[in-house]
Design a protein around this ligand. Structure first.
Ligand SMILES: NC(=O)c1ccc[n+]([C@@H]2O[C@H](COP(=O)([O-])OP(=O)(O)OC[C@H]3O[C@@H](n4cnc5c(N)ncnc54)[C@H](O)[C@@H]3O)[C@@H](O)[C@H]2O)c1
Length: 348
């Protein structure tokens, strides 16, 4: 049996992982409340619509599909919103995960791969960031993820549940064929915002802080292709299936790209002169966040093969230009234009 419960599988990263895991022989069952995820992103996969807090439904779903392992993407994931809604973030991300772990205990499932984040490290961390630097998150989102990492270790000690926490840096990109991609209701990620500006020319794109001690004054981040994240999940799962111990791994590339480099690459790829405005620094935005990923490479055998900026933005563009309103087109029964349609004709 190779049956996986994919909590949060209708979201951005989960829906990409589903396809990679299916193609390597796993049966994937999606569990999602669709608060942020999309039914259209999981067409062809069994979908149970439910809440993380519904332990009984989770346990029933695990039994119904004879689930062997869990991949857990489901969470609220916006740093800024978490500052104003800490209770919701703690409830959904920590209590929700406790409920999932409870369901695993009730049904005897012993393996889980968890979506953690570089936001657990906090500010003023030496770069490249290794897994052993002290974690000191500076927002409720990062705190909630760190709390879950600790809970996972406790669940190993108490119940023998083995886990891998994957600390993603900046997830980006899309399926290269443009079939699925990033579509968050409130988009805060830079690449979708840049490509949206390319499509809509609304003058809304802002660069926050241009006086950092970086190569060009703008913030530097480590962008990781969503397909590389998917492969890491596969490898983490295999690691656990082979008796691997509970552990955590950074998923990044070791290479930082600045905001200006990203905008310039997007201009080249789209052929559109994407405009932006300079704005003040945002509180809590470190100058540079770059991962050391040696541990994932050495233990999981992982290598971020798709994660150069050009590939990431090209693949994201294939999605955005054919789905300028995200999954909405498909919801309304409209066919998105084929990728051979002229960008500008459709976009503007
Ligand atoms: N996107 C990134 O750059 C990034 C970086 C680091 C970590 N992460 C983590 O990766 C995971 C996936 O991120 P994403 O960008 O795909 O987010 P997403 O919002 O697109 O996906 C999360 C999914 O979980 C579902 N969900 C949320 N709360 C739920 C609940 N209580 N019950 C059932 N389903 C619920 C949502 O409907 C959604 O489909 C998250 O845990 C996030 O914290 C993301």
């Amino acid at each position: 049996m190779n049956n996986l419960l994919i909590c949060g599988g209708a979201g951005y990263i989960g829906s990409h992982c589903l396809r990679v895991l299916r193609d390597t022989g796993y049966n994937c069952i999606v569990y999602d409340n669709l608060s942020e995820g999309h039914r259209q992103a999981v067409r062809g996969f069994p979908l149970e619509v439910g809440e993380l807090s519904d332990t009984a439904l989770l346990a029933d779903t695990i039994r119904k599909y004879q689930v062997d392992s869990v991949l857990h993407f489901a969470a609220f994931a916006l740093v800024g919103v978490s500052m104003h809604k800490p209770i919701e973030y703690y409830q959904n991300n920590i209590a929700g995960t406790a409920s999932l772990l409870d369901a695993m205990c009730r049904t005897g499932v012993k393996r889980i791969v968890f979506s953690s984040t570089c936001a657990t490290y906090g500010e003023n961390v030496p770069v490249p960031i290794t897994e052993d630097v002290p974690q000191n998150p500076c927002n409720p989102y990062g705190e909630s993820k760190l709390a879950v990492e600790k809970l996972l270790q406790r669940c190993d000690d108490a119940y023998g549940i083995k886990s891998v926490a994957l600390r993603y840096f900046n997830a980006a990109g899309a399926m290269p064929d443009g079939s699925i991609g990033e579509d968050h209701k409130l988009e805060t990620h830079l690449i979708p915002l840049v490509l949206r500006e390319a499509l809509r020319n609304e003058g809304k794109l802002k660069v926050f802080g241009t006086d950092y001690q970086t190569k060009d004054g703008s913030c530097v981040r480590d962008y990781i292709h969503v397909l590389d994240l998917a492969v890491a999940h596969l490898q983490a799962l295999r690691y656990l299936e082979c008796g691997g111990v509970t552990d955590c791994f950074n998923l990044g590339t070791g290479v930082g790209s600045s905001v200006f480099e990203l905008i310039n690459t997007a201009r080249e790829i789209t052929g559109i002169d994407i405009k932006y405005r300079k704005d003040d620094r945002r509180e809590g935005d470190p100058a540079t966040l770059v991962a050391a990923f040696d541990k994932a490479r050495n233990i999981l055998g992982w290598n971020p093969e798709h994660s150069n900026l050009h590939t990431i933005i090209s693949d994201a563009w294939a999605w955005h230009k054919t789905h300028p309103n995200g999954f909405e087109e498909e919801l309304l029964g409209k066919q998105p234009p084929s990728s051979t349609d002229s960008d500008n004709t459709y976009a503007r």
